[in-house]
Ligand binder design. Structure first.
Ligand SMILES: NC(=O)c1ccc[n+]([C@@H]2O[C@H](COP(=O)([O-])OP(=O)(O)OC[C@H]3O[C@@H](n4cnc5c(N)ncnc54)[C@H](O)[C@@H]3O)[C@@H](O)[C@H]2O)c1
Length: 343
């Protein structure tokens, strides 16, 4: 049986989520932990009872352990250097989102992945959930007809301290990638343009803009409207967002917590009615994969073994990061951004 040797780089908060989900896997072993702060790598080794060596430098860790996979769990500004170092040394890379901090970096990382023949895929844990899979199936099944509008609302009062409290565009740069990637996944479309208005509402405890409204035109002509805030107190939405997709014949709803459903025009003659009667349609799709990080890791490892791109391969994921960086550019310039010119 294949057993990948993994160097895990970046021993901060999210690395705990990865360790919890990988240490029981039989197709890999952690052969080194790396952090620029040696104390963090040592503490992580101790916390999870790992006896592997710890390093402060990714290249040294890879060469000394003969690794074949690198987990990049560092901050976004370090993703380029960690990923390209790993690819050059012959490792495949599984990275935390976001793929990169800029489009130029993203293109170069993808080029290096293609040149090296090594895979590079990105964690998009919110795709791995039975309800989003059922919702995607409901939208794709033709039940509501061809979609014209996709709406996602994300309103949560998240009291972070640390980098998110002081960074520019915390919502769009740090969180919206999940919802934007979910929109692409649910509708199987790619973004064409974006207009984003970012703002910091009264009562916000963030230094940067914690709220945004974004309007995307998608590749099938539909419109995706994202409305979000990380400083909205009361009546929170799910972290998965609250969704509405309207199509030719009806509407599909997912509140982000419970099973999705649709309402469609009832199949009877009602031409004389001002508002038609509707029938409710439940989603009968079931999906039994693992949730969140575990589900995405299953997919990344399966793709590596089968020699195929993962669902969240870098060449697909660049379209999600394009939505984020395009939105930030639109907010900065006050203009609608066509993503083919921007990327
Ligand atoms: N998928 C999710 O739901 C989710 C949730 C939270 C964070 N994240 C992502 O995970 C990544 C890490 O976030 P975090 O909250 O764990 O940050 P963190 O600051 O807690 O941890 C990052 C760690 O990386 C180390 N580091 C930085 N540059 C390095 C380098 N060049 N080499 C080695 N180590 C380096 C830091 O010292 C730190 O220990 C970010 O990209 C973030 O967006 C994803």
């Amino acid at each position: 049986m294949v057993k990948f040797k993994v160097v895990s780089v970046g021993c901060g908060i999210i690395a705990n989520e990865w360790m919890k989900n990988v240490l029981s896997r039989t197709d890999m072993e952690i052969v080194a932990l790396v952090d620029i702060r040696k104390d963090s790598a040592d503490a992580m080794a101790e916390r999870y009872g790992l006896t592997c060596p710890t390093f402060t430098d990714t290249a040294t860790a890879i060469s000394q352990t003969n690794a074949d996979v690198v987990f990049d769990l560092t901050i976004p500004a370090s993703h380029f250097s960690v990923c390209t170092t790993a690819l050059k040394l012959g490792c495949s890379v599984f990275s935390e989102k976001p793929l990169a901090a800029s489009m130029a970096e993203a293109h170069e990382m993808i080029l290096q992945s293609e040149r090296s023949g090594k895979s590079f895929s990105v964690m998009q844990n919110r795709r791995y959930d039975p309800n989003i899979r059922a919702y995607r199936n409901l939208v794709h099944s033709g039940t509501i007809g061809k979609p014209g509008y996709i709406g996602a609302d994300f309103f949560i009062g998240a009291h972070f301290d640390g980098f998110r409290a002081v960074m520019d565009s915390p919502l769009v740069l740090d969180m919206a990638i999940h919802t934007f990637d979910q929109a692409r996944f649910i509708t199987d479309t790619d973004p064409v343009s974006v207009y984003c208005h970012e703002y910091n509402p009264p009562g916000s405890w963030y230094k940067g803009n914690a709220s945004a409204i974004c309007i995307f035109e998608m590749s099938d002509g539909s419109v995706f409207c994202y409305r979000g805030s990380w400083c909205a107190e009361g009546v929170p939405t799910s972290w998965e967002a609250s969704w509405r997709v309207t199509g030719e014949r009806g509407t599909a709803i997912w509140d982000g917590f419970t099973a999705p459903y649709a309402e469609i025009v009832a199949p009877r003659e009602q031409k004389d009615k001002f508002i038609y009667e509707y029938s409710r349609v439940e989603s009968d799709y079931t999906w039994e994969g693992n949730l969140g990080h575990a589900g995405c890791l299953d997919e990344m490892f399966a793709a590596l073994k089968e020699g195929r791109p993962a669902e969240t391969d870098c060449r697909d994921n660049i379209k999600s990061i394009e939505m984020v960086l395009g939105a930030v550019e639109s907010a900065r310039t006050g203009r609608k951004i066509y993503l083919k010119d921007f990327s």
